[in-house]
Design a protein around this ligand. Structure first.
Ligand SMILES: [Zn+2]
Length: 342
């Protein structure tokens, strides 16, 4: 098959012909129709996420089942599926309670610890597959994998957003944030989008944000206080997670509010007065991807049209490097998948 292969950390991906993968016990091989890059690819390429070389990157994968290994009963050739991005043990306490992203015997991610989707085929455990709704194309389906699934869980389960809540989304114009804006609206929240680019903030408003705050021009914590008449926001989603944004996110919380960290800068430290934890019962926590049931729920959200996949471009496999360069140069809005079959 044709695949984009990384041979040295920090190096370029090169288009090569490599052996087709074959499914092992409990595995399938997926013909990749679309695989969307994101910022994690930068970390992976640099060697900061682990994994072994040579490596095929790509972790937001949509395709159709091309081959089924022994012991797989739920999937047939031709079935359309996305892949849950985490390789988990399936046996530990957290896997068994449906919190598999906290797996204690974690095996890693597609495109890092197993070959990923910048290739014509990818091999995967059958339990990582999730059906794509009939009405959803492969390109759009890649968005389910993380940009829809991750904030859906964060908003619904981790933050418990309810109609009428104020929801601040820090990094609202990123690939995940722009879908979080739409989901927040669906939950009936008043959505305050925070980002640093006016043109993109306008697009966030067009997709449902009630307010747009340019965090480069103003202190968004103060803007949230003003918008909410001093109440603050019941929920804040952090997709940026830096030492600059975290204190402002914290300051944006209403009494009994919840700050959910999703994107973060490793090592970022921020101070918080414990008085607020007690006197206002605020909560600061994080949200780590989704379990398989939550992924299936995200697929349904896209299938029903409750959230609109934001796709700004597509690229053939051979132009994966151009796709990654466009991403790095901030020329992508939403997602811009690679189409290995094109
Ligand atoms: Zn586990």
């Amino acid at each position: 098959m044709r695949a984009m292969v990384l041979h040295e950390w920090g190096g370029m991906l090169t288009l090569e012909t490599v052996p087709d993968p074959a499914p092992g016990l409990g595995e399938v091989v997926l013909r990749v129709h679309a695989c969307a890059p994101d910022q994690f690819d930068v970390t992976i390429r640099a060697g900061r996420a682990g994994g072994k070389l040579p490596l095929i990157l790509g972790h937001e994968i949509a395709g159709e089942v091309a081959a089924v290994g022994a012991g797989v009963e739920a999937w047939r050739e031709g079935d359309r599926a996305i892949l849950h991005a985490y390789l988990t043990c399936g046996a530990c306490r957290f896997c068994q309670m449906g919190r598999e992203t906290l797996c204690r015997d974690f095996r890693g991610y597609f495109g890092v610890h197993a070959d990923g989707g910048y290739a014509e085929y990818v091999r995967a455990p059958a339990r990582n597959l999730c059906r794509i709704p009939e009405s959803v194309g492969y390109t759009e389906a890649t968005v389910i994998v993380s940009p829809v699934a991750t904030p859906l869980k964060a908003i619904k389960t981790r933050a418990g957003v309810r109609p009428g809540d104020d929801l601040v989304i820090v990094g609202a114009c990123g690939g995940v944030g722009i879908h979080a804006v739409q989901i927040g609206k669906r939950f009936g929240a008043r959505v305050i989008a925070v980002d640093i680019d006016d043109a993109r903030l306008e697009r966030a408003k067009a997709l449902g944000a009630d307010y747009a705050v340019n965090g480069r021009r103003e202190n968004f914590g103060e803007a949230v206080a003003q918008i909410t008449s001093g109440k603050g926001a019941e929920a804040v989603l952090e997709f940026v997670g830096t030492e600059e944004t975290l204190p402002r996110s914290f300051a944006s919380l209403a009494v009994a509010g919840t700050l959910i960290v999703i994107g973060f800068q490793p090592g970022a430290v921020f101070a918080s007065d414990p008085t607020r934890f007690v006197m206002e019962e605020i909560a600061v926590t994080g949200s780590r991807y989704v379990n398989r049931a939550e992924l299936a729920e995200a697929a349904r959200w896209v299938g029903e049209g409750w959230v609109k996949p934001v796709i700004s471009a597509t690229y053939p496999l051979a132009e994966t490097e151009r796709a990654l360069a466009d991403l790095a140069a901030n020329r992508v809005f939403g997602r811009a998948p690679i189409l290995p079959g094109a």
